[in-house]
Design a protein around this ligand. Sequence first.
Ligand code: FAD
Length: 291
Amino acid sequence: MIPRSFEYFSPRTLDEAVSLLQKLGPEAKILSGGQSLIPMMKLRLASPPFIIDINHIPGLNYISELDGYLRIGALARESDLEVSPAVTSRYPILVDTTSVIADPLVRNQATVCGNLAHGDPANDHPATMLALEASLIAVGPGGEREMPIESFFTGLFETALQPDEILTEIRVPIPSPSSGGAYLKLERKVGDYATAGVAVQITMNGGGVCKRAGIGLTNVAFSPLKAKKTEAFLAGKALDDSTIKQAAELAAGESQPIDDIRGSADYKRDLVRVLTARALNRAIERANGGA
Ligand SMILES: Cc1cc2nc3c(=O)[nH]c(=O)nc-3n(C[C@H](O)[C@H](O)[C@H](O)COP(=O)(O)OP(=O)(O)OC[C@H]3O[C@@H](n4cnc5c(N)ncnc54)[C@H](O)[C@@H]3O)c2cc1C
């Protein structure tokens, strides 16, 4: 289908983009990678009358470590994660995540910030950012504000972003020594959205005990889910087989899947159990220096 007609704006600065959002009102939509917005417009699931394309604003395409954080700018593409030296050497969980999204054509256009801003529970980066305890920077008429990712996803395709705000940066705390993470997803076929996905990021104390665990779940609730009870259970525990098994069962219990074309709720809960155990094992290997 062909999208309904719309008015197109191409601001050259963030201030200009924010002024446009204010002037045009909540029906105006930011366009970054266009890999979710344009398909929705073509299917007429969305028909925004105004599109504000931020791709021509300089200075937003970066991935760099600075002042304790890995910073991912609004125009960093999903595929940029796969070739960033900082990411490939220190954040294998981000490479796991991006490499199971769609295909290279989509990843070359789609932005990591857009993946979060869309608020889709089936998107993969939200669970990973929940596990990593990232924070997000939004710019609006009142200036810049920082929010924890934990309070960002407020419902199905809903986020804490205000209609006149732009998500400009993701901040991931640089992992402390003996940290490791992994993202695992089951998809029906290559390029599909997750039937379920699990992101795990742990920090060990060096003696096999878990200091902190972050766990995010994909597509098993109406919004991306942080498995808080499982995280609390793991903190301070020796990560042996029995603890991993109990954690995996807890995570399955925290998931809230529904029956749909990708499987029954029971099947997806069991998938969360299996993927959590596998992701924990891989995260432990990586925390111990494995690839
Ligand atoms: C065939 C196909 C398969 C896919 N499979 C997967 C998959 O398996 N896993 C997965 O995670 N994703 C998948 N995607 C989605 C893809 O990763 C999306 O592009 C991404 O989710 C959205 O990023 P974008 O930059 O393209 O955003 P856009 O499509 O440009 O925007 C999406 C929404 O977010 C808003 N937005 C975008 N950027 C900002 C910003 N900086 N500030 C405020 N609001 C903003 C827009 O206004 C819009 O409402 C797939 C897409 C396609 C086309």
